[in-house]
Design a protein around this ligand. Structure first.
Ligand code: PMP
Length: 466
């Protein structure tokens, strides 16, 4: 099947369509519409090839915490490129900047157990979750529990796209046609009260039901076959799902009772998105492993890390001694350029009190989003810190969603773009907000005003008057 690009697609767009297989894109639609070509960054704004400016309401993909023109990061990268552009950490060597980064990262690590532990670097959230997937096997083999290998993951979870990370993820499009998930992944419900709560059920009863579901699953499978439970503190790509009060403490108690490790995927929530350094701090988690990426470098260069508790590390180190080497690692694990940028990012977070800033400005975003709960298209407005969502509904009172085929959320995002605001639609017509952490209150007002315009445009279209 061939499709023809629309006449207004630029030369750059045509070149892209002709040769680029886009990630996470409706491919045939793109062949007609062409891409939005972004050519420059300026604070929380980006600029397209025609010079049009957009407020980046998603910080790219939940990641460009310091906006798109932080000079200190460019300078740190430049200095490192000149001094040592590449070295590796295999077989007893280490690039110089790693030694400083691990010390700094350990000071950020959200629990004493993790602060005493170790960090393994990679290049993406997917790779770090893939590493966690492998490491729980290694750990339980080392402990003489070869049957204890399954991992419990949640519906609507997003953990990345490698074969293992996509298997842990709980979104259908990540599995369909890919013959995933891999065996050994168990699934429980998302703590999404708006979507999964039963009529008349209270949040507390909903939590009871989720805890029971987990207990039943463990009883059915056998705790001696289950190694770990993986969770994002706030589910991001699955719909910005904020867990109800009491959810994590109750889940964690069940896991501890059955010697099941907790892996906290903090790829979105790590480094201040929720107004605390980590989601682990917000929800009082005691994870055995934590994955981070994205805001570790403000996304200026790819880097991710897996933090491992001291207890897990000691078992792994003993076991690796018996086979001679720990057989895992990437060419770019601890890449010096990424280390230099991560270090400078973490320094800026401290120098500029970025988390304090999030605490100061987040209420404005959250209050503004909550006001949209009154809009006729909005079923629920929710969020925490500088992350939020509007879940659209055909009938907000009964929470009836729109027919996904109508593309109501996609239309809204297109209208926002026309008004100079970049947002993202998630499955279920959920509009996500995750601006750079450096956003000011005035810029939050701009974001909210443009969202209001997009909502009204969409309402007119839905009512057939557009
Ligand atoms: N975990 C979470 C919670 C994520 O949001 C993402 C990416 N959006 C990933 C893992 C995967 O990260 P990456 O795209 O860097 O592989």
């Amino acid at each position: 099947m061939t499709t023809t690009a629309a006449p207004d697609v630029t030369a750059a767009g045509r070149s892209d369509i002709a040769h680029h297989l886009h990630p996470y894109t409706q491919l045939r639609q793109l062949e007609q519409d062409g891409p939005l070509v972004i050519v420059q960054g300026d604070g929380v704004h980006v600029v397209d090839e025609h010079g049009k400016r957009y407020l980046e309401g998603m910080a790219g993909l939940w990641c460009a915490s310091l906006g798109f023109s932080e000079r200190r990061l460019a300078d740190a990268a430049h200095r490192q490129m000149l001094q040592l552009p590449y070295y590796h950490a295999f077989s007893g060597k280490v690039p110089g900047p790693v030694t400083e980064l691990v010390k700094t990262l350990m000071a950020w690590a959200p629990t004493p157990e993790l602060q005493r532990g170790r960090v393994l670097f990679a290049n993406s959230g997917s790779e770090s979750n893939d590493t966690a997937f492998k490491l729980v096997r290694y750990y339980n083999n080392a402990r003489g529990r070869p049957a204890k290998k399954k991992i419990i993951a949640r519906q609507k979870g997003y953990h990345g796209v490698t074969a293992a990370a996509a298997s842990l993820s709980g979104l259908p499009t990540m599995h369909q046609h890919f013959d995933l998930p891999l065996p050994g992944v168990l699934r429980v419900s998302a703590p999404h009260f708006y979507g999964n709560g039963k009529p008349g059920e209270t949040e507390a009863q909903f939590v009871d039901r989720l805890v029971q579901e987990l207990q039943d699953l463990i009883a059915a499978e056998g705790a001696d076959t289950i190694a770990a439970f993986i969770a994002e503190p706030v589910q991001g790509a699955g719909g910005v799902v904020i867990p109800p009060d009491g959810y994590f403490p109750r889940i964690q108690a069940v896991l501890k009772q059955h010697d099941i490790l907790l892996i906290a995927d903090e790829v979105i929530t790590g480094f201040g998105r929720l107004g605390q350094p980590f989601g682990t701090n917000v929800f009082g988690l005691q994870p055995d492993m934590v994955t981070v990426a994205k805001m570790l470098t403000s996304a200026y260069v790819p880097m991710s890390a897996l933090m491992v508790s001291d207890a897990v590390y000691q078992v792994v180190a003993d076991a690796s001694a018996s086979v001679g080497t720990f057989g895992h690692g990437y060419t770019y694990s601890g890449h010096p350029l990424a280390c230099a940028v991560a270090l400078e990012t973490l320094r800026i977070y401290t120098d500029d009190d970025i988390i304090g800033h999030v605490q100061r400005v987040a209420p404005r975003l959250q209050a503004g989003l909550r006001q949209f709960a009154e809009h006729p298209l909005v079923g629920e407005a929710r969020g925490l810190g500088l992350i939020g969502a509007l879940e659209l509904a055909a009938d907000p009172a009964s929470r009836k969603p729109f027919d996904p085929k109508r593309g109501v959320g996609a239309y809204l995002v297109k209208r926002a773009q026309a008004h100079g605001l970049i947002l993202r639609v998630l499955a279920g017509d959920i509009i996500a907000f995750s601006p750079p952490l450096v956003i000011t209150e005035a810029q939050i007002d701009e974001l909210l005003a443009k969202t209001a315009l997009a909502l009204d445009d969409t309402l007119a279209w839905v009512r057939g008057t557009a």
